[in-house]
Design a protein around this ligand. Structure first.
Ligand SMILES: Cc1cc2nc3c(=O)[nH]c(=O)nc-3n(C[C@H](O)[C@H](O)[C@H](O)COP(=O)(O)OP(=O)(O)OC[C@H]3O[C@@H](n4cnc5c(N)ncnc54)[C@H](O)[C@@H]3O)c2cc1C
Length: 377
């Protein structure tokens, strides 16, 4: 029987399971990830402000794996050999006829003093640490910032930082503590968030102004963090709490593989999600650098889902001797949440849409979360 291996149980990996199973009821699917659970990462933004707990955004996957007839191997991938046919893991070697890689990205933590900052996107534990730090503060300054990967303009995650900043501001107002806090925004990018489109970027800057958040530094290279300050090449500003999202690069285990990598450290794939130069090896989601990406191409869960559909169709086709031809469309879609409202941003090759902040969009984001997690329960 055909053996398909999938690496990762995040958005891309689980969508790949659904898409493979939809097309092939019989093949063996082995999924390798450290734990049999799914973290709905877009809702990490709501842990520091108390709207969600880690448990509420974590779905145990045993039932889903049973329904999909997936064998889960709880292990970490450490490398790849035999042109992708053998995956090396902490639980031993796993052979495959076809491979889909969806092991996400990791953060670049080269900035001196990085240990003084907390990074929301690292997961539930980091989000809970931010919550604890916020609860312990009666006043002071909080700096929110993000940067990118100098070798890959697409390897940046800024949206959640705007959401965290707006959410914390709303929470402080609700708790009648806003007047005790200075909130500051910083980024080495001259126009952080511009990939959402000019209109959306201007809308975000306007929101920052409306919420009384100081733009402390824009377009100036960061030098280091200290316990109570952010130091840039042109000056410094105080911060009792630094919340920072660095740029992203590819998974560390790639060092022990022959897979082609982009300058930014992601796996090089063509427009069908097939890894360049490798047979029956595909990549979906944040781990990949795709040949057809526009200069605003997002690293988003929605893209991972679209790429997984293409990867599944192409891999199953290739296993039957057909050439890979399914591509996927590029779409940026997100609701930038403020804890009580949401700003809807949409972008594709043809149009850009921005809907102003409304309560309806906040509730739409919550409804989408419930519906998305439901399919894995
Ligand atoms: C705070 C936050 C908010 C976000 N908001 C949105 C949003 O509103 N909308 C949106 O579309 N996107 C959003 N994103 C982005 C979205 O979460 C990512 O683009 C998406 O998770 C990428 O999917 P992926 O499958 O590539 O990686 P992931 O979902 O990160 O999954 C990676 C998987 O690989 C596993 N893994 C990692 N290393 C190994 C290894 N060595 N061996 C085995 N398994 C491994 C991990 O455990 C995990 O299961 C947000 C992200 C964050 C962090």
């Amino acid at each position: 029987m055909t053996k398909i291996t999938i690496i990762g149980s995040g958005f891309g990996g689980l969508s790949a399971v659904r898409e493979v199973r939809k097309r092939d009821k019989k093949c063996e699917i082995t999924l390798i990830s450290p734990r049999a659970d799914f973290i709905y990462s877009p809702s990490l933004i709501w842990i520091p402000t108390g709207l969600r707990t880690g448990k509420q955004i974590t779905v145990p996957l045993q039932k889903f794996f049973k329904r999909m007839k997936v064998e889960h191997v709880a292990a970490e991938v450490s490398g790849l050999k035999d042109c992708g046919r053998m995956v090396e893991t902490s639980a031993g070697e796993i052979a495959n006829d076809g491979l889909i890689i969806a092991s996400g990205s990791r953060f670049l933590k080269k900035l001196p003093g990085f240990e003084h900052a907390l990074t929301l996107c690292e997961g539930v534990k980091a989000a809970e640490q931010i919550k604890a730090r916020l609860e312990a503060m009666d006043g002071g300054s909080i700096a929110f910032g993000f940067s990118g990967n100098p070798n890959d303009p697409l390897a940046v995650r800024g949206g959640p930082m705007f959401e965290l900043m707006f959410g914390v501001e709303t929470m402080l107002r609700r708790h009648k503590k806003r007047q005790n806090f200075d909130l500051k925004f910083f980024s080495p990018a001259p126009k952080p968030g511009i990939r959402l489109g000019e209109k959306a970027y201007n809308g975000l800057l306007k929101k920052i102004g409306q919420k009384g958040i100081e733009v402390a530094s824009l377009g100036v290279k960061l030098e280091r963090f200290e316990a109570d300050k952010v130091v840039t090449q042109e000056g410094e500003f105080t911060a009792d709490l630094i919340l920072f999202m660095p740029g992203m690069t590819g998974p560390g285990w790639l060092d022990n593989s022959e897979l082609p990598r982009s300058k930014g450290g992601m796996i090089e794939a063509d427009e069908t999600t097939r890894v360049k130069g490798f047979e029956k090896v595909y990549v979906v989601g944040d781990s990949g650098n795709y040949a057809n990406a526009p200069d605003w191409g997002p690293k988003q869960a929605h893209m991972a889902d679209l790429q997984a559909a293409a990867a599944a169709a192409n891999l199953l086709g290739e296993l039957k001797g057909k050439a890979s031809k399914e591509t996927f469309k590029w779409e940026l879609i997100c609701i930038v949440d403020t804890l009580d409202t949401g700003i809807m941003v949409f972008r594709n090759e043809k149009r850009k849409t921005l809907l102003p902040a409304t309560k309806l969009m906040h509730w739409s984001k919550r409804a989408f979360e419930w519906n998305y997690m439901r399919q894995y329960r």
